[in-house]
Design a protein around this ligand. Structure first.
Ligand code: F6R
Length: 608
């Protein structure tokens, strides 16, 4: 939820840290701060609000140091304020930044208060600085003091720490919160996301749970959970500079919407052959495992769960497999049905969503057939801890509202569906048809993007409303849910989704001239029934906006109709997501909201 960056260099580090914070603002943006060794002191600056305000303070105060830590916050414990912003300090000696949640913070706070430590914030993080200060009275170094923290802290944490008395290094620790080390020439770095370090290095060490690292400009030493010096595998990760910039677009979200033809192409690349999906695209031995699957359990959050809901329809219709769907935040607490024939599928853009990871870890201890992740971040915990993996290859998604991650997840899930069907020899002709249609999908998405002028016409009518209903039937119900989620999270318009047949069981009472109703209505076996549902809306004065591909045949008598490109019916959920994303974006633009960083949200939800 928060973003950490740290650097030990032989040059001035301030601008570098600020630049890294900007790249991680998607993780949280309610306050920011920095601490760096300057001569024999530690300069410490914090601001309420976005990184820009911290940058302005830095320009005024001009602290110059070579070793520093910085943080951008998404509040969990304690409201957004300067006092609650990181870095936190103890006795002007120890300074820390923290991402995660300390679950036993109340008892630790009580213990430290009794010992005379005063708390100036309401966070669960400040106590880490005090614990370190206390440890430093008995341990010989910051490294040992941080190693001594691990037995005391329960919960998830990635921490970077400075000790005023050790001006030549900083120390990191990671447990269930992301943290990578970047290796440079006479300088080394750390960050919650490699993206923050993309312009500085392409060489990374991925810290594992329980690792503590001492980082100096010319050395990095990593100690494992048992405090033994270890060599962590070095990875080369090339992140293109343009992938992390807005280019000519106003917002990352807009750029990411328009990147979808290429993103989907990248998801398909190297995974489909002439008439079928290729073998073992989820990793060595995956085809053999898929042949044994009798049931699927999907676990995910938010948009990723919507992708799973669409896929559940595909698993059943194409691969003949039943699916159980669960919110990751609920799954562990409901005594889930588990057996040796069930495949656990997790879906996550970031691969660091705390609830999804917790579900995977819970399931890894049980008797599932195996776990398979659909994920966008190769270095993420989910990618590393799952038995099998398909990377969506969408490139970094920075806008908080998920767009290209969703359509690439759907594409990847269709590849999973085809692989499951192929493993047991089901529906070969249908598989061939879908493979053919998948090849045209990027082109179809481009055609859907070209509908922007028509969407611009309806956006003002929705922008001045306070509520909206999204309707879809069957496989389009999850797309309606995704459309509603997109609209509410970036425009702050209250939006709900219903399977259209449910309308008259209650929600129809809401319909009046102030209620726009947005319907996803491609031609399918339920389309005529949907039209009847829409006529019911119209009869009650609701304003209808219909996305479909058979206006005349459906014979809808009123409402605004946006004619979508034709495409294979089974892929239409992917295609119909596009105009709904554009609509949300344009409505939010008209309402003047902070589209890439909507209020109260953060992109990577690393707390449960
Ligand atoms: C909405 C959105 C969220 C995420 C959810 C899961 O636009 O982005 O609902 O889908 O927080 O995140 P990941 O996919 O990273 O696990």
């Amino acid at each position: 939820m928060c973003g950490i960056i740290a650097a030990a260099t032989d040059r001035s580090v301030g601008k570098l840290l600020i630049k890294g914070l900007y790249k991680m603002e998607y993780r949280g943006y309610d306050s920011a701060g920095i601490a760096m060794h300057v001569d024999d002191q530690v300069a410490h600056l914090r601001t309420l609000g976005k990184v820009k305000l911290l940058e302005e303070r830095m320009k005024l105060e001009k602290p110059k140091g070579k070793i520093g830590i910085a943080h951008t916050r998404w509040a969990t414990h304690g409201e957004p304020s300067e006092l609650n912003a990181h870095p936190h300090q103890s006795n002007d000696r120890v300074f820390i930044v923290h991402n995660g949640i300390i679950e036993n913070y109340l008892s630790l706070k009580e213990e430290l208060t009794k010992e005379g430590y005063a708390f100036s914030s309401k966070t669960d993080s400040e106590l880490i600085a005090h614990l370190l200060d206390r440890n430093l009275k008995t341990y010989n170094s910051l490294l040992e003091a941080v190693q001594g923290l691990k037995d005391r802290l329960d919960g998830a944490y990635a921490i970077a720490a400075l000790d005023q008395n050790e001006p030549d290094n900083l120390v990191l620790v990671r447990n269930r919160s992301p943290l990578v080390i970047g290796l440079g020439k006479n300088e080394n770095f750390a960050a919650s996301d490699p993206l923050a370090l993309a312009e500085l290095t392409n060489k990374f060490l991925i810290m594992e749970d329980g690792d503590v690292a001492k980082v100096a400009p010319d050395s990095v030493e990593v100690f494992d959970a048992k405090n033994q010096l270890v060599n962590r595998e070095q990875l080369t990760i090339d992140i293109k500079a343009e992938a992390a910039s807005k280019g000519d677009f106003k917002h990352y979200m807009e750029k990411e919407i328009f990147e979808q033809p290429q993103a989907v192409l990248n998801t398909l690349d190297g995974r489909i052959g002439g008439e079928d999906v290729l073998e073992n695209i989820f990793g060595e031995g995956s085809s053999e495992l898929l042949a044994k699957v009798k049931r699927v359990q999907v676990v995910a959050c938010g948009t990723s769960l919507h992708a799973g809901r669409v896929a559940a329809n595909w698993f059943s219709a194409i691969a003949g497999l039943p699916t159980q769907m669960d919110y990751a935040s609920e799954y562990r607490y409901k005594n889930p049905y588990i057996d040796e024939d069930t495949l656990l599928v997790t879906i996550s853009q970031s691969g660091e969503t705390a609830d999804t990871l917790a579900a995977l870890r819970y399931a890894n201890d049980k008797d599932y057939l195996g776990s398979l992740a659909i994920c966008n971040v190769p270095t993420s915990s989910l990618a590393r801890e799952s038995d099998f993996l398909l990377l969506t290859n969408a490139g970094p998604e920075i806008g908080v509202a998920s767009t290209k991650a969703f359509t690439t997840q759907l594409t990847a899930l269709m590849l999973l569906t085809l692989s499951l069907a192929k493993a047991t020899g089901k529906n070969p002709r249908l598989r061939g048809r879908i493979i053919k249609a998948l090849r045209f999908l990027p082109e179809k998405i481009s055609e859907a993007l070209a509908l922007k002028p028509e969407i611009l016409e309806i956006a003002p009518e929705i922008a001045n409303k306070n509520n909206a209903l999204f309707l879809g039937r069957g496989i389009f119900y999850p797309i309606a849910k995704e459309g509603a989620l997109k609209l509410k999270e970036i425009s702050y318009i209250h939006a709900e989704a219903y399977p259209a047949g449910e309308l008259k069981h209650g929600p129809l009472a809401l319909i009046d001239g102030e209620m726009p109703v947005i319907a996803i209505a491609p031609e399918h076996e339920l389309a005529e029934k949907l039209v009847s549902n829409l006529e019911e809306v119209k009869a009650r004065g609701g304003a209808l906006y219909v996305f479909g591909n058979a206006e005349e045949r459906l014979g809808l008598t009123s409402g605004k109709y946006i004619n979508m490109p034709d495409c294979d019916f089974l892929l239409t959920p992917i295609l119909y997501s596009i105009p709904l994303q554009i609509l949300s974006y344009e409505v939010a633009l008209l309402r003047g909201t902070d589209i890439d960083q909507p209020r109260n949200l953060a992109k990577s939800v690393t707390v449960e």
